[in-house]
Design a protein around this ligand. Structure first.
Ligand code: BMA
Length: 313
């Protein structure tokens, strides 16, 4: 019988699935990875800190989505061509991958003395990558692209920084993936709730029969520091600025030793999930900004959590 305290995400019993010891070049962390299925195999783009404290993005492959092998060379390192080099001086972080029907769009954070911006890049084969454009100004992170055009426009979620209110999830639209506008705030942190400090998009939105499933991260400040957890929200299929429900409960919190303690304590942070044909989803998260972990859930359970147990604003 399913226990009342069974978690909605079942952690893989061989977590963590990837650590710095699996990487054949010097890095200190392996975390915050985007994952996608390409030609039946799983491709993971993961962030690693170098020993200078700045980050690069490596690549790993897998047949089953659980056991990954890292390629000998990193996949994205700071650019040496302009205008990207200027804005990637301090490193590249937290990639998301969007499968646009065989072409893969990658969005990642670019750090420099001018702040953090988001770069859009693309690849067809995960052997080479072409940078397309810087698609935000400074002080944006966590851009996730919807995998299809909606009402003839590209759609994204992102998370601008502000000093005035808690950091929130916004939606924007584009005719060409380069020029973005019509922006609107869609999910705010809720006071005295597990995500009260800030929220941000996590995985590329997953299309379900009942709406777009958005796996996001939320942060709560405690006397022991901030705690990063994962939550879910459901966006209307035809108008994703319309929220059908934000689940009241988190779906994952730091519990395993490598989530509770590491490079940054008490962090589970998601940049990617893969929906399988059998109704399950593999959710990938960085544990304590140090290692990569995976777990599975039923997509229907996550959707129900949004619709049947929504938080009250
Ligand atoms: C956020 C980002 C993430 C990181 C998280 C926890 O602000 O920097 O890349 O995983 O903090 O440290």
């Amino acid at each position: 019988m399913e226990g009342i305290n069974e978690p909605i995400i079942k952690r893989y019993d061989k977590n963590p699935i990837l650590t710095k010891h699996d990487v054949p070049y010097p890095v200190e962390t392996v975390h915050n990875a985007g994952v996608v299925k390409h030609n039946g195999r799983y491709i993971m783009l993961f962030r690693s800190h170098l020993r200078n404290g700045r980050s690069i993005i490596g690549i790993a492959e897998s047949d089953d989505g659980l056991s990954f092998k890292v390629r000998p060379e990193p996949f994205i390192t700071p650019a040496n061509i302009e205008p990207f080099a200027f804005y990637e001086e301090y490193g590249v972080e937290d990639p998301r991958i969007c499968d646009k029907g065989g072409e893969y769009l990658i969005t990642y954070s670019a750090y420099s003395r001018h702040g953090v911006r988001v770069v859009l890049a693309k690849t067809n084969d995960f052997t080479s990558i072409e940078r397309v454009s810087l698609i935000t100004q400074a002080d944006y992170r966590n851009v996730v692209l919807f995998p299809e055009k909606i009402n003839n426009r590209y759609v994204r979620l992102d998370r601008p920084h502000t000093e005035i209110s808690p950091w929130s999830i916004w939606i924007s639209y584009s005719p060409d993936l380069i020029h973005w506008g019509d922006s609107k705030i869609v999910i705010k942190p809720l006071m005295y709730h597990w995500d009260e400090m800030k929220v941000g998009p996590g995985a590329t939105p997953i299309k379900t029969g009942k709406g777009w499933l958005n796996i996001y991260h939320g942060v709560f400040k405690t006397m022991g520091g901030a705690v990063y957890r994962l939550g879910v929200a459901l966006h209307d299929l035809k108008d994703p600025s319309k929220i059908l429900g934000v689940a009241d409960d988190w779906i994952l919190q730091p519990e395993d030793p490598w989530e509770v303690s590491g490079y940054v304590h008490n962090v589970v942070f998601c940049c990617g999930a893969v929906a399988e044909n059998d109704g399950t989803i593999k959710i990938y998260w960085g544990g304590a900004d140090l290692v990569m972990c995976v777990g599975t859930a039923l997509i229907a359970d996550l959707v129900d959590l949004c619709l049947l147990n929504p938080r009250l604003e």
